[in-house]
Ligand binder design. Structure first.
Ligand code: 13P
Length: 294
């Protein structure tokens, strides 16, 4: 994928912050973006952490609800803490796309740095109610909360017209003002996963939303978005980008290949030693785009 925009000044992606909220406020003001990767276990977590270290950048790792449920938020928190001991840059842990207020609370109790309460599938009033419940709980723990409005397409989210997925500026403003949420994921045309054609991003709507609310915006669907569109979005106020499918499909594809090669003798650490560099390649590709590196 082509990197269309080069930044003239050298931006720093590893400066120290007291907490994640402070990082996001600064990133929004200075048009930087925290790369956030969906991870599933200690192995893809290791690939993400090593990639971020090698490119000298802070990074976020995210667990989808099934990953958090299967491993428990406590175990995943400990895993990340283990990696943090070796890392020189920050690694933040986030719960991604939780539709459950209770799961958000469990992750907050376990010490997650951030959680997403996804109320995009319910009406605005209900979305506001869910989001406010999580924000109120999170604020006392200093945890960052992400809300969603509009829809990210793909994975069973069907849309018939632009109005089905595009975030409405008035609704975005209400969700922000009535909940005090810290980050906002907005539907602007991106989709989760690999898409048959390039997603058509509605930059005009992104511009209107960035004008309407001051908080960092979140770009979902990082697997299928061309580098140039990622960078244009960052220049317009996207301060966090989520990247998932390309990580786990690379993991599964090469693990399967290695397991088939080894047959009955397949042994996890030997398989994963071969798979890790493949995951790191795709992670680094995305990191370079997000951080405007050559
Ligand atoms: P992709 O799976 O398209 O990378 O999107 C990930 C995402 O947005 C998770 O919230």
């Amino acid at each position: 994928m082509d990197v269309a925009i080069k930044r003239m000044e050298k931006a720093v992606y590893n400066q120290p912050y007291n907490n994640l909220q402070e990082l996001f406020v600064d990133y929004r003001n200075t048009k930087r973006c925290l790369p956030a990767f969906n991870v599933n276990d200690n192995y893809d977590l290791k690939a993400v952490v090593e990639s971020a270290e090698e490119l000298d950048t802070h990074v976020m790792v995210m667990t989808y609800p099934p990953v958090a449920e299967l491993n428990t938020p406590e175990v995943f928190r400990s895993l990340v803490d283990g990696f943090k001991k070796q890392a020189t840059n920050d690694i933040y842990l986030h719960l991604d796309h939780s539709t459950s207020v209770d799961l958000c609370k469990r992750a907050i109790d376990a010490g997650y740095d951030a959680v997403m309460i996804d109320g995009s599938q319910v009406n605005l009033e209900e979305n506001i109610k869910m989001t406010k419940a999580v924000v109120d709980y999170a604020n006392s723990a200093g945890v960052v909360v992400e809300a969603e409005i509009g829809k990210i397409m793909g994975r069973g989210v069907e849309v018939k017209s632009d109005n089905d997925f595009l975030a409405d500026v008035g609704e975005v403003t209400r969700l922000y003002e009535e909940t005090g949420v810290h980050l906002m994921a907005i539907g602007i045309g991106t989709a989760h996963g690999f898409t048959p054609t390039e997603p058509k991003i509605h930059f005009d709507r992104l511009g209107e939303i960035a004008e309407a609310i001051p908080i960092p915006l979140v770009l979902h669907g990082g697997t299928g978005i061309p580098d140039a569109d990622i960078q244009r979005s960052i220049e317009m106020g996207m301060s966090k980008i989520n990247i998932g499918t390309i990580v786990h499909t690379t993991y599964m594809k090469y693990a399967l290949e290695e397991i088939q090669k080894a047959g009955d003798g397949a042994y996890p650490p030997y398989v994963m030693k071969e798979v890790l560099p493949k995951i790191k390649d795709v992670v680094k590709g995305r990191l370079r785009a997000v951080n405007f590196l050559q």
